[in-house]
Design a protein around this ligand. Structure first.
Ligand SMILES: Cc1cc2nc3c(=O)[nH]c(=O)nc-3n(C[C@H](O)[C@H](O)[C@H](O)COP(=O)(O)OP(=O)(O)OC[C@H]3O[C@@H](n4cnc5c(N)ncnc54)[C@H](O)[C@@H]3O)c2cc1C
Length: 342
């Protein structure tokens, strides 16, 4: 397998910033993984489609682009099916495959960019569904020990846009495949609604009851095509920041000023998730542009930061730091990046 040197990453990161990496390898199978062992002490960055990554400078280490393919049905019964998917498969193509086979569970996560192997890292989520709801287990390769290890769903430490691989085990384990449990008798969650979009309304307008998996998938795709820029054309990593979680006291402070604010309860009911994009819009960050960087011009989407062409990583960082500062001065809450800043 070839190890490239001084390799350009512009076409491999969704912000389309012009940076290079000292070494670059493409991992297509388990034999290729071994090439990383001698680099275990170097800096390593495991790369999928780069749609949740902002490179801020040239990378002084090894970028390992994951390209492990394959979709295999491992077992099935009357109600469910277990499917093992190579980490280099494209996420949306896998969702489309599942929908075509009439397997339910992934449809609310349609059109999220990126690869299957990256999907557990931040427990991708959209329209009321999180990856952890359909994940069974995943296989990994530990670079330092040169050993394989399987993690059950419970060992992945999933929470809102988070897993053990996003922090403690970051860049130590390469996810080689993910096994999902999908259902043959889906119960749809179409409850998602925001001040601007509603999944059930979208379905009512375009399909007739009883809805099929394909109807839900099509509606999610339609909403997402409106709400997000086409990341193939415009540089973006989607939401730049996480929605902050606050306690009830903080919530009532903010609600007093913004009574129309929509909120979401965390699964344990203790913390409340605030709509950061909506709040940013209230303080003047909707469709705001500074030079080549701006927030996306769609209502409620001020969390989506866009490189409108030719922005340097420093311009993008400085723009997002201004957003953070302004948010903090209005709400006394620090926005945490969702994007991996490298
Ligand atoms: C327009 C747009 C909309 C988006 N909408 C959503 C959304 O609705 N919900 C959501 O959750 N996300 C969303 N995202 C973010 C992004 O799509 C997801 O985080 C996606 O999972 C990133 O996949 P990737 O392959 O591009 O990851 P990359 O950016 O390549 O990598 C992300 C992280 O995963 C690690 N990684 C990648 N592959 C592996 C592997 N095989 N093993 C171990 N670590 C690995 C990387 O080191 C990095 O830390 C959006 C992004 C864009 C551009």
């Amino acid at each position: 397998m070839k190890v490239y040197q001084n390799y350009p990453l512009k076409d491999l990161n969704a912000f389309k910033v012009e940076v290079k990496t000292k070494y670059f390898v493409v991992i297509s199978n388990s034999k290729d993984l071994k090439v990383l062992k001698p680099y275990a002490k170097e800096k390593i960055y495991i790369l999928g489609n780069g749609t949740n990554t902002l490179f801020t400078k040239n990378f002084d280490g090894v970028v390992a682009k994951i390209n492990i393919k394959g979709i295999k049905i491992k077992s099935e019964n009357k109600n469910t099916v277990k499917i093992q998917v190579g980490s280099g498969e494209n996420w949306h193509e896998f969702v489309t495959w599942a929908v075509e086979h009439n397997f339910g569970g992934t449809e609310n996560l349609a059109l999220i960019p990126g690869q299957v192997g990256s999907s557990p890292i931040q427990n991708i989520g959209a329209y009321g569904t999180e990856l952890s709801q359909i994940l069974d287990s995943l296989k990994t390769y530990e670079i330092e020990t040169d050993k394989e290890r399987t993690f059950t769903k419970y060992e992945c430490g999933f929470s809102y846009r988070n897993s053990i691989f996003k922090h403690e085990l970051k860049n130590k384990f390469i996810i080689t495949s993910v096994t999902f449990i999908l259902t043959k008798n889906p119960v749809f969650d179409i409850s998602y609604t925001s001040p601007y979009d509603s999944l059930s309304r979208e379905l009512e307008n375009s399909s007739t009851k009883p809805y099929t998996i394909k109807d839900v998938y099509d509606s999610v795709v339609k909403i997402r095509k409106r709400k997000f820029p086409d990341w193939i054309k415009l540089g973006t990593a989607g939401s730049f920041f996480l929605n902050p979680m606050v306690n009830k006291k903080k919530l009532s402070e903010i609600k007093a000023k913004y009574p129309d604010m929509q909120i979401f309860y965390a699964s344990n009911g203790e913390k409340i998730k605030l709509p950061a994009g909506w709040l940013l819009e209230q303080i003047g960050w909707g469709a705001r542009r500074i030079g080549n960087v701006g927030t996306f011009d769609y209502r409620g989407q001020a969390l989506v930061v866009v490189n409108y062409g030719g922005a340097t990583p420093q311009e993008i960082l400085s723009f997002t730091q201004q957003m953070q500062k302004d948010f903090y001065s209005h709400f006394d809450i620090r926005l945490e990046p969702e994007v991996n800043i490298v």
